[in-house]
Design a protein around this ligand. Structure first.
Ligand code: ADP
Length: 316
């Protein structure tokens, strides 16, 4: 039985109603929506019926209450979420320039989830998990990096596995600790899930073949490399197998959360024994459903919703 834990930001998101609205004058926003890449991941894992633990912190406020209630409703084990009395729940404002470029203003390092430390990671709860998933977007403080190391070492020492989605935010690339942390994590990573746009950061040099980078990662000890390609779907590579599975033609309502839902679906199904090609197809469906709903966590889907989507697609 698969029980996956993840660590990091749990926040509310406000989404600018107009494209290019920006933040420099008053405007209208949708939200607050529950958000945070690891939280969306955890929600999607739970909705598929797998064990899902999220370690995070919220403030003692309505945003925190809403987030915890939402995750609990969807089946996430919320005992790992600590309510901090003296902090406020994290938040993010998002404005889209077009379907793929967006600007953020984050209130994270000084929010409750930015105060998460290794001490908030309850070992009894951690011991119930056989897999740990890391999001690069969560590594914005020393304290969280420490907490992440504690979880990796615990899960690995018990024979568990680790997955890593770099989920790079350009606003965070100037944090030097983050790139060091990426190197550390890759040494323990079993399943690596970058998007194709992120490959350059991991050593694919201009003009170089993607396969060369994949081979280097596999040689380094990563066992499974999964590359997300937006509307073009996704690919899977291991020492023995390569699969390319096309995406589905869907219209984009809100692209936030696609990669998180994709990752959660791929990782949990793959760990439960589903073959890579089928896991990719389900993960593509999960990513497609994610972008069809407004709000970062509003597009997580249940097993039967994914089945219905796949059935409708094959009837086309
Ligand atoms: P990330 O959100 O991490 O940048 P992607 O944009 O590649 O990752 O999205 C993750 C997955 O979601 C893709 O591999 C694909 O399955 C699905 N997806 C994303 N965007 C689209 C789209 N426009 N049309 C269809 N599927 C999409």
């Amino acid at each position: 039985n698969v029980t996956i834990c993840t660590i990091g930001e749990l926040l509310v998101e406000f989404l600018a109603k107009k494209e290019n609205q920006g933040f420099s004058q008053p405007g209208e926003f949708w939200g607050p929506y529950p958000s945070g890449a690891p939280a969306i991941f955890a929600d999607q894992v739970a909705k598929l019926g797998f064990g899902s633990v999220l370690f995070s912190c919220v403030g003692s406020d309505a945003f925190g209450e809403m987030n915890v209630a939402r995750l609990e409703r969807d089946g996430v084990i919320v005992n790992g979420i600590t309510v901090l009395q003296k902090a406020t729940t994290g938040s993010a404002f998002v404005s889209y320039r077009n379907q793929s470029q967006r600007d953020f203003i984050f209130n994270l390092p000084n929010s409750a989830c930015g105060l998460l430390t290794a001490d908030h990671i309850d070992e009894t709860l951690l011991n119930q998990c056989n897999h740990f998933h890391i999001m690069g977007s969560s590594l914005f403080s020393f304290r969280i990096i420490d907490a992440m190391r504690k979880a990796i070492e615990n899960v690995k020492s018990r024979g568990g596995t680790v997955s890593f989605d770099p989920n790079i935010r350009k606003e965070m690339l100037n944090i030097p600790e983050m790139s060091q942390a990426f190197e550390y994590i890759l040494d323990y990573t079993d399943i690596f899930l970058p998007s194709d746009g992120e490959l350059d950061y991991f050593g694919r040099h201009q003009g170089e073949d993607e396969q060369l980078l994949v081979d280097n990662l596999l040689r380094r000890g990563v066992k499974h490399v999964v590359i997300k390609r937006g509307p073009r779907g996704a690919s899977y590579f291991s020492d023995q197998q390569t699969w390319h599975v096309p995406g589905f033609a869907v219209s984009v309502v809100d692209p936030t959360g696609a990669g998180d839902c994709f990752g959660a679906t791929f990782v949990s199904l793959f760990l439960s024994g589903v073959q890579p090609e089928e896991a990719l197809n389900w993960a593509n469906a999960s990513g497609s459903l994610a972008i069809s709903q407004r709000g970062p966590m509003e597009g997580t889907s249940t097993r039967s919703q994914i089945e219905a989507f796949l059935a409708a697609q094959s009837a086309r």
